[in-house]
Write a protein that binds this ligand. Sequence first.
Ligand SMILES: [Zn+2]
Length: 301
Amino acid sequence: MRALGIDVGGTHVKVVVLEDERIVEERNAETAAEPDAVLDQIVELGRSAGRVDSIGLALPGLFDERGRAILLPNLQGDWVGRPVREPLEERVGARIRLINDGHAFALAEWTAGAGRGAANVMAIVCGTGIGGGLVLDGRLHLGAADRAGEFGHHTVVEDGPRCACGNNGCLELYAGSRTIARDAGAASFTDALARARDGSETARRAIARAGELIGLAIANVLIFVCPDRVIVGGGVAEAGPLLLEPIRKTIGARARVAPLDRIDVVAAALGPPAGAVGAALWGAAGGRDQVDDGQPALRDP
Ligand SMILES: [Zn+2]
């Protein structure tokens, strides 16, 4: 069985084909600047994969049960209310299963990455935006209207600037890759990371500050959920210990009531294709239909 997974992100559209949960094809392109062009990209990249048995598509934000965009703040152009799934299904002539990119990341890491074997997982993906997903008692937790996991819209500064979601002071305004780049005085996150590794104190501090705020948000959820494992991934997590150590330190300082000796905070294992892998797994499992039929979203790892 060939499972196609497409992950539309703020900077790149990533595509994988899985056979028996292994990546056999992988490609990506820079995300186009307006919605019609992005939909064209999805169709072209999808077709380039050849014959497949299922298609999963991860979107960076919120969409309704008919596959129309509600809020995709990290994509350029006006996506609000735009039908996504139906026009794509008409063009490719096949079912497409949509999944939130944070859920896709969680599903991939739990099934095939750093979350294998854990029953309860908090997975946080830090890139242009910040998303996540939860696995509770061995099942991906979708939540009401599939809206669980909006980790980036966690309030970290009560009277902070307005976020695209309508709230003020959301985590992703302070710890997203673009903010880190700006605070580091760099052109991009990649540049900020290079500077940090070259010893720039400003760049190191910008990454550490993001880590402290991500750690604060994790601690607030962690004491409530008490997961077995916390997985941190996404482009920003490529900073490795520069990000993870401030996260661990903040969790240690804040989540005093949690059994921290039983909770591992680890880097993601699958790297940049994780979202596309999760989308492919979701599509192969039958997406939401499986959940509606009362079946597990996926087998236990
Ligand atoms: Zn927000």
